[in-house]
Write a protein that binds this ligand. Sequence first.
Ligand code: ATP
Length: 576
Amino acid sequence: MATAPLYLDTYMTNVLIRALFLGVLALTVDLVWGYTGVLTFGQSAFFGIGAYACALVATHWGFGPGWFALALVIGIVAAAVTAWLVGLLSFYHGASPLYSSIMTLALPIVLVQIIFAGGRFTGSSSGLSGFPTYYWSIDTWFVIAGILLVAVATVAWLFVRSDYGCILVAIRENEDRCAYLGIPVSRIKIGLFVACGAIGAVAGFGYAAFTNVVAPELGGFLLGTESLIWVALGGRGTLLGPILGAIGIDVTSSYLSGSLPFLWKFIVGVVFVLVIILLPNGFASLVTGAWRRYRARSNPDGEGHHATSVRLVAAEGTGVRPTATAVAPIRIAALTCRYGSLTVLDGIEVEAREGQLLSIVGPNGAGKTTLMRCISNGTERTSGQVTVAGTEIGRRSPQKIVSLGVGRSFQNTSLFDSLTVGDCLRLARYRIDGASAFVRQQTVALPKPALEILQATGLDQQLGLETRYLSHGMKRGLELAMVLATEPRVLLLDEPTAGLTKSERTAIGHVLTRLVEEYGLCVFLIEHDLDFVREISNRIVVLHQGKLLLDGSVEEVVSSDLVKAVYAGQNLETAA
Ligand SMILES: Nc1ncnc2c1ncn2[C@@H]1O[C@H](COP(=O)(O)OP(=O)(O)OP(=O)(O)O)[C@@H](O)[C@H]1O
């Protein structure tokens, strides 16, 4: 006879066991949404696939240890393949977050329609019940569900503390910067989606085997949305919050739906709204907030500092020094970029060599930033060719262009606010050194110029500090060090000295000169400060209204009447 665990009545234990399986589902939603920032409504579909795999095999094919295991494998594989296909459609390079969410929204809707269309095979809208299962005692099911939840939570805990956990947070905070560091964002999102889909299917399988009944609602949109509510209420981005959210709400709902059949959903809704207003980061923020305040008070280094054992070492090999070849590091031919009827770049031809610091100047709106975008992202240009070290970039994504040897910094400093300096540097080495799924590597190997920048700016003493607490100059220094950590042969710098003090500008100027003279890099620099350009460049390209006006030495450009006229805002025909 079934006996309930100590202090719990049978009904409560039943509810709790179901809630434990739903807790596993909530964990997967948290990994996808809370950690990685992908708002997914479709996680319930994987839960439903696992549940239906259990019910369909037991109902139509057979029951026994072999069939049970086969059903589990079918559920996991079906969910993983579905997640992979939906991931491919949702997370390709250029897909917007809204588009991805709509794809995940469509998934449970399509699944439910398939179940409806399955007639007697799937039980249509009534589902399937009474299929053979293991009628273990309620204690045993409690232990199974508990072990599953603890196991998944432990693996998730190890994962989010690992290198990959850091990458997930980086993707959530600044997906573009990740791509420009060479991190394969789409592949990582798809991989995570597949893993979470498979885990969701295991939870659904257990739920169906325990309850002995499946219905379309198990894979439906409503459960998908409810799981988001559990995570939001519990606290996204914290593993404990979503588990407690799922268990708390499901158990409370089970009781309220019995005693207040018409009011319980309304009450849950009101609680949800109140928590979102009063505790936007969920209940877990009460604990995490208090912990953070305690840490800040007891931290001798001040707020934002984390104890870190990150160690910087010099990277082996040649660092960023590119090998001189007969092939130009970068060649741009007949490059045109249009947005609708607006031609932003028109027939640009530039070839740059190792050891050249080429400044791109021109009035506002001349097309300078667009030129950098066209070099670093193959989907930006309308026509023409960009060739990096002999390879035409075609329609390659930024991440693939990084592996050709192009590093880019942005006009507005683009970092990861909640990550530490050490984490950012480790991220920048992902393409070269890889990442671990279960530990956070403590040694970061950096090329010499990146180390020099960190030493010059004092960042090497601030490896445990969250980047949001850095000064503007330090942020600029860190961004440059991160780009150099990717070991580029071509460096694209968009106004790297904007907002810096005179001494900081001078320091950056020295660094750039050394990168070109000592390490042989090819640097493209956008700058508005013409004195700075004159000091450090050995070649200047002037853009005006999307056309290449002049390409020459510093003296040629500085003495050009045409350039003076353009900067004075004169009409070109008049000036000529
Ligand atoms: N995605 C876009 N859609 C439409 N127009 C765009 C887009 N991106 C840039 N533009 C237009 O292209 C022109 C050139 O912009 P770009 O940012 O390249 O100029 P810039 O020379 O870098 O200017 P600044 O010195 O002010 O940064 C501008 O008129 C801008 O409005």
